[in-house]
Design a protein around this ligand. Structure first.
Ligand code: PLP
Length: 398
C-alpha cells in the first residue's frame, strides 16, 4: 500500500473541515450562509496595480524564469519603501528577499533555521504555520500563551533560561491575527533585547502593518536599535492591497537569515512571476508611495466602519467584545462559556453565520471566536442581527 511520508502524520487534522462541511450542508438546504471565517479581503485589487500588471504581462522578457530572490528593482523598491514608511535602511542585496507570499517565506525560513534538537518559540493562539512547520522540520514548537490580561503579548520573563538557550527562533505577529492586538514598541524592544542576549532569531510577521485605525500606526520591528542583525520581518502585499491571490511578499532584515532563506528557496522554487513583481513595485512607488497611502486610508475607513458596526451590535447583544486598533479581525469570548467548536456550530445553525473557533489557532484560543470583517456592511448588519437573535433565543450556559 502506498503511504505518505511518516512526517505527514505530524500535521494536525484540518480544523476548518467540519465547519466547512456543516456550512455547505446548510447551503444545500437553501440557507443564505454569511461567511465571516476567512481572512481574505472581499474588495478588488486597486485599478492602478491591475493596470500595471496588464502592461507587465505583455512584455515577453517577463515570460521567462524570474530572478530567484526577487529582481534587483523589486528589492530596491522594498528598501525604499522601508525607508519611506519606517525610517529603516536596508541593503537590497543582503537584507531583502522576494517571496511567493509571506506564508511561503515563513514556512521556508523555519526549515532554513531550525531542525532536530532545536526549539522554536511560537505564540498561542497564532497563525498555524509557525508551529506546524517547526514540527514538520523536526524542531519542537514551544508555545507562549497570549493572555488578554497582558494585552495578548507573551510573557518573555516566563520563558525558562534553558528554553531560551535551546531556542533558535521567536515568532511574533503584531498587529496580531487572530486577536487584533497591537504591540507597544517597548515590548518589541524587550523582545529584541532578549533575542540578542540568547542569539535567537526574532521573526516578526507584519502582515497587518497597514491595517490600522483611530490614528494608530504600526511600527516595524527593525526600527528598534540593534534589531537588524537578529530580526527578520515579513511584509506582505496580500492584505493591504487586496492582493491575496497574487502571491507576493518580502522578508527583510538579518543577512544571515535572508541568505539562508534565499539559498533554500533557490533549491525549491523559481521566484515570483516578474510581472507580479513589477505590479508590486508600482503598488508601493507610485507618487513616492502616496497612492499606496491613499489605498490604505480608503481601505481602513471601510474596515473601521465595519468594525464599529459589528462591535456595537454584538456588545448590545451582550457579547464580550472589544474594539481593536488594527487588523480586520474581531476576537471575542464564546457566549455562555461554550467551547469554541460548540459556539461556532451554534452560530452556524442558529444564525447561518460562519465564525471561526478560536481553538483553530491553538489551545489558548479555546473559549474564543474570530470574526473576519470581509463582507459588506449590509451583510455584516444581517450577521449581527442574526447572531443577536440567536443569543437572545438560546441563552446558553448563563
Ligand atoms: C494572511 C496572513 C499571512 C499570509 O500572507 P501571504 O503573504 O498571503 O502568504 C501571514 N501571516 C498572517 C498572520 C496572516 O494573517
Amino acid at each position: 500500500m502506498i503511504k505518505p511520508a511518516a512526517r505527514m502524520a505530524e500535521l494536525p487534522p484540518y480544523l476548518f473541515l467540519e465547519l466547512d462541511r456543516l456550512a455547505e450542508a446548510r447551503r444545500q438546504l437553501g440557507r443564505d450562509v454569511i461567511n465571516l471565517g476567512v481572512g481574505d479581503p472581499d474588495l478588488p485589487t486597486p485599478d492602478y496595480i491591475v493596470d500595471a500588471m496588464m502592461q507587465a504581462v505583455k512584455r515577453p522578457a517577463n515570460h521567462r524564469y524570474p530572478n530567484y530572490l526577487g529582481g534587483v528593482s523589486f528589492r530596491r523598491s522594498m528598501a525604499q519603501w522601508y525607508h519611506h514608511r519606517f525610517g529603516v535602511e536596508l541593503d537590497p542585496d543582503r537584507e531583502v528577499v522576494g517571496l511567493i507570499g509571506s506564508k511561503e517565506g515563513i514556512a521556508h525560513l523555519i526549515w532554513a533555521m531550525a531542525g532536530a534538537g532545536d526549539l522554536v518559540l511560537v505564540p498561542d493562539p497564532a497563525y498555524p504555520v509557525y508551529a506546524t512547520q517547526a514540527t514538520l522540520a523536526g524542531a519542537e514548537a514551544v508555545t507562549l500563551a497570549l493572555d488578554p490580561s497582558r494585552g495578548f503579548l507573551p510573557d518573555l520573563d516566563a520563558v525558562d533560561e534553558a528554553v531560551w538557550r535551546q531556542a533558535k527562533m521567536l515568532w511574533l505577529n503584531y498587529p496580531n491575527n487572530p486577536t487584533g492586538a497591537i504591540a507597544p514598541e517597548a515590548f518589541l524592544a524587550e523582545a529584541v533585547d532578549r533575542c540578542r542576549h540568547y542569539d535567537v532569531l526574532l521573526c516578526h510577521d507584519n502582515a497587518y502593518a497597514e491595517m490600522t485605525y483611530d490614528g494608530y500606526r504600526a511600527p516595524s520591528v527593525l526600527q528598534i536599535p540593534g534589531a537588524k542583525e537578529i530580526a527578520v520581518e515579513f511584509y506582505s502585499f496580500s492584505k493591504p492591497f487586496n492582493m491575496t491571490g497574487w502571491r507576493v511578499a518580502a522578508a527583510v532584515g538579518a543577512p544571515v537569515a535572508i541568505e539562508a532563506l534565499g539559498l533554500l528557496k533557490s533549491h525549491l522554487d523559481s521566484g515570483v512571476f516578474t510581472a507580479v513583481q513589477e505590479a508590486a513595485i508600482v503598488a508601493l512607488d507610485t507618487g513616492g508611495g502616496s497612492e499606496a497611502g491613499r489605498v490604505f486610508e480608503r481601505m481602513n475607513a471601510i474596515y473601521a466602519a465595519r468594525r464599529d458596526l459589528v462591535v456595537d451590535g454584538l456588545s448590545a447583544a451582550g457579547l464580550d467584545i472589544s474594539r481593536p486598533l488594527a487588523t480586520f479581525y474581531l476576537w471575542f469570548r464564546t457566549p455562555g462559556k461554550m467551547t469554541s467548536a460548540a459556539a461556532s456550530k451554534f452560530f452556524l445553525e442558529q444564525a447561518d453565520t460562519v465564525v471561526t473557533p478560536g481553538r483553530a489557532y491553538g489551545a489558548h484560543g479555546e473559549g474564543w471566536l474570530r470574526i473576519a470583517l470581509t463582507e459588506s456592511e449590509e451583510r455584516l448588519q444581517s450577521a449581527v442581527e442574526r447572531m443577536a437573535a440567536a443569543v437572545k433565543m438560546h441563552p446558553v450556559g448563563s
